[in-house]
Design a binder for this molecule. Structure first.
Ligand SMILES: Nc1ncnc2c1ncn2[C@@H]1O[C@H](COP(=O)(O)OP(=O)(O)OP(=O)(O)O)[C@@H](O)[C@H]1O
Length: 308
């Protein structure tokens, strides 16, 4: 049977996406720019950010205050539209979406967890009712699903408790259940442990890991939590609106967790040297490079003393 026009269009889009930067990865940001204009002043929050996240990954985004983390999350959640570049989630183009598609995207493709525990849950409902609510709104209630999710995340005992009768960590774990209730492809969490102590934070990270592993959902967490790189597979560092470093977590043969930090190399060969490395060796403006058989050496430039 001959393919229909829409099948041919879908194949062409698929081929274009595969050939483009990031291929058919779940999340692709290519040269992403977001400029805010307030009272005639321009702030460049994202300055050509590149990021590729595969389906089913669990990734944390870290960076100093003002580096562009929340801006990136707002773009990925469909709340904000970037100024230029490419932002794709599951093949959907976040720059050219119609308002109707954007609404559908926010309702059914992404789930969101905010830092403020109070913002995630309705106080007059109990935990089970909170998890059931998004399913009811989507017209897709499945009996027993809310309890299954609360059990999966270790908060079944909170099912009949109101928000005020749960601890902050329990509230955030219930919020994860709410975010995944309608089986989104992607869960975004903005500082989900910002208001929690380190022990409770670990429980919330464990719940996010469980959701990621058991349901295969891609999870992106923005955080200031210094311990995060031990909790997730990949930590992406953002500096001045660009991705600058990545920390990969792996388990050694002896079962030890090892986190290794890498600098990010972009397509044209640019990389950001860590600020403390540059100041330790007084590197500024230019450096000398030398190609060795298995590495590239970077030295401070040798300024010749001036003759006068
Ligand atoms: N609505 C806005 N209007 C103008 N400038 C903004 C707006 N939102 C963010 N910015 C600016 O964009 C830059 C990046 O902000 P963003 O909130 O993304 O950083 P962040 O890394 O999330 O910071 P924090 O960790 O403090 O939340 C900052 O300079 C910020 O002042």
């Amino acid at each position: 049977m001959n393919p229909t026009l829409s099948e041919l269009e879908a194949r062409a889009t698929d081929a274009r996406n595969k050939a483009a930067f990031g291929g058919d990865a779940h999340i692709v940001c290519d040269n992403l720019v977001r400029i805010y204009k307030t009272e005639g002043v321009e702030v460049v929050a994202l300055q050509g950010l590149d990021l590729v996240i595969d389906k089913g990954e669990l990734v944390a985004i870290v960076g100093a205050s003002g580096s562009g983390k929340s801006t990136l999350l707002n773009v990925l959640s469909g709340l904000d539209v970037p100024t230029a570049g490419v932002a794709r989630v599951g093949g959907m183009d976040l720059l050219s979406m119609t308002p109707r598609d954007r609404l559908r995207y926010r309702r059914s493709v992404v789930g969101f967890i905010w830092q403020q525990t109070a913002r995630n849950l309705l106080p007059y409902l109990n935990a089970r009712e909170n998890v059931e609510l998004p399913m009811k709104l989507a017209g897709a209630t499945r009996k027993g699903r809310a309890m299954e999710l609360l059990e999966l995340l270790g908060v079944a005992s909170c099912a009949t408790r109101k928000v005020s009768d749960m601890s902050g960590g329990e509230q955030q774990r219930v919020a994860i259940a709410v975010a995944i209730a309608n089986s989104p492809q992607l869960v975004l969490a903005d500082e989900p442990t910002g208001e929690l102590d380190s022990e409770t934070s670990e429980q919330v990270f464990a719940a996010l890991r469980t959701a990621n592993r058991e349901l295969g959902v891609t999870v992106v967490i923005v955080t200031h939590d210094p311990l995060v790189s031990e909790q997730v597979d990949r930590t992406v560092g953002i500096r001045d609106g660009r991705t600058s470093s990545e920390t990969l977590r792996r388990e050694s043969a002896e079962g030890q967790i090892i986190a290794e930090e890498y600098a990010v190399l972009d397509r044209v060969g640019r990389l950001q040297l860590p600020r403390d490395f540059m100041s330790a060796l007084n590197m500024e403006r230019r450096v000398r490079l030398e190609l060795e058989s298995d590495h590239i050496g970077v030295w401070p430039s040798r300024e010749e003393p001036s003759s006068d």
